[in-house]
Write a protein that binds this ligand. Structure first.
Ligand SMILES: [Zn+2]
Length: 343
């Protein structure tokens, strides 16, 4: 068993007439910072606090020690009014990620379909604008229910995801090549400044069968930002894709609206290995990843910490196999902007 946090409290608040937001507040360890707690709280399989995490104000200029997603597991679970039938099971099992993963998307993320920049296209034959069919398709995609902890993974396979920034481009390439050789597709969420600094090669990752999605431009705490600042974080200074993961897993109606404006859906995780907290040894991170994962799970790790290397990935794969779980398979080159993944 992973050193998980045994207790926590939950509260329910009705965020709007359309959605019910379930917030869990950290109990054990009581180390969540106020800033984080204000906009997010742990969800399934959560743990840990953010006490060890420093301020993010300096983040845009410092790549050497990218801040982790400190909050733990997915923060806010939101259930659309149209899916209230599932809300009881969803809200009743915030501590049991396996339950929400094995059932139909109990944890769903309704993004209001109103935001996308495609106004109702008149059924005119000639205009040079994007085809109405495409606009409608985008809107349908953006509003379709899904699991925020599984994102586009519709299989039972487990996704190994890594955020932030690798220690070096060399270690990055070696790890990605090894994962490819092991038949694994990694899901990577680099910070824009990391890509700009040359420590993460987006094209290399995709060419070798891995998925690269948005993890903001500067990794500021989204809960503290204005709408225009949020737009900057999700803009072209970061990786432009169909899926994004907010720093620290922070969520709020304002943050969700910013993702909708950017045409991105949010993908968090079901297992937080806490590799960001006190820099645990590789064996510890591997054990937490394996112990915490269930079918369709998404494991959160970080490229700058101790489980982003060929050996750790091999051990996680073997550990999951011993539990009867497979990892997301490497199926060859991936494409920018793809809404689907092929596990
Ligand atoms: Zn991060």
């Amino acid at each position: 068993m992973p050193p998980r946090h045994p207790s926590r409290t939950t509260g329910i608040l009705v965020a709007s007439c359309l959605m019910v937001t379930v917030l869990g507040a950290l109990g054990a360890q009581g180390s969540v910072s106020g800033a984080v707690a204000s906009t997010s709280a742990p969800g399934p399989g959560t743990s840990g606090g953010a006490a060890s995490v420093g301020p993010t104000a300096a983040r845009p200029t410092s790549l050497l020690s990218p801040l982790p997603d400190a909050v733990g597991s997915p923060s806010t679970i939101t259930i659309p009014a149209t899916n209230l039938a599932a809300s009881s099971s969803a809200s009743a099992s915030p501590d049991a990620p396996a339950a929400s993963e094995t059932t139909t998307p109990a944890v769903v993320d309704p993004v209001a379909p109103a935001a996308p920049a495609a106004p109702a296209a008149p059924a005119a034959p000639a205009p040079p604008a994007p085809a109405p069919a495409q606009a409608g398709d985008a809107q349908a995609w953006a509003s379709a229910p899904y699991s925020i902890t599984s994102g586009p993974n519709t299989t039972k396979r487990v996704v190994l995801s890594y955020d932030d920034c690798p220690k070096s481009l060399a270690s990055f390439k070696a790890t990605l090549l090894s994962a490819e050789q092991q038949g694994i597709a990694l899901v990577l969420f680099p910070i824009g400044t990391c890509v700009k600094a040359g420590q993460f090669d987006v094209d290399f990752a995709r060419a070798h069968g891995h998925y690269v999605f948005n993890h903001s431009a500067f990794h500021r705490k989204f809960g503290t930002l204005s709408p225009s600042q949020l737009d900057e974080e999700l803009g072209p200074k970061g990786v432009q894709t169909a899926w994004g993961r907010s720093p620290y897993g922070q969520l709020s109606p304002e943050i969700r609206a910013a993702y909708a404006r950017a045409g991105m859906r949010i993908w968090l995780w079901s297992v937080d290995t806490l590799d960001w907290s006190h820099n645990p040894a590789q064996a510890v991170v591997v054990q937490r990843a394996v112990a915490g994962a269930g079918p369709s799970g998404t494991i959160l790790m970080h490229m700058q910490h101790n489980a982003f290397n060929p050996d750790a990935i091999a051990q996680i794969k073997a550990g999951l196999a011993a539990k009867g779980l497979e990892v997301c398979r490497n199926q060859g080159p991936t494409e920018a902007g793809s809404r689907a993944i092929n596990c």
